[in-house]
Design a protein around this ligand. Sequence first.
Ligand SMILES: [Zn+2]
Length: 131
Amino acid sequence: MPTTRKPRPPKLHRFDPVSNRPVLRAADIVTAALKLAGATDIDALIADLRNPESVAATKLKTIQFTEAQLDLIDRYAGHMRLLRNKPTVAINECPTCGLVWAATAKQSKCTLTRDCDGIPAKSGTAKRIAL
Ligand SMILES: [Zn+2]
């Protein structure tokens, strides 16, 4: 008797941020989502996701976002608008004065706040981990 083949459920993934600080972790996740979806920025991504048939919606279908990740992205929504894909624009955050700015490279010192001796950290791209 032939066995009926059940369609395999799609493999699920999650995004694992590579940074330590909250705003940078949010940026890591958004950057990974932009790259996977092929969207230029978060506004384009959200617009694409409104259409369930879009490439972005299809590509992100297998990503499981946690409640905490969505809260984090929501909390830093303004900063997430600085991020770009193709070419990549990341954000730098100075841990001393707390300023966040768009940057394509990590800067070795804080140049935005006078006499601030903070060393900025740059956001990266979250890793895609199979669940
Ligand atoms: Zn600073």
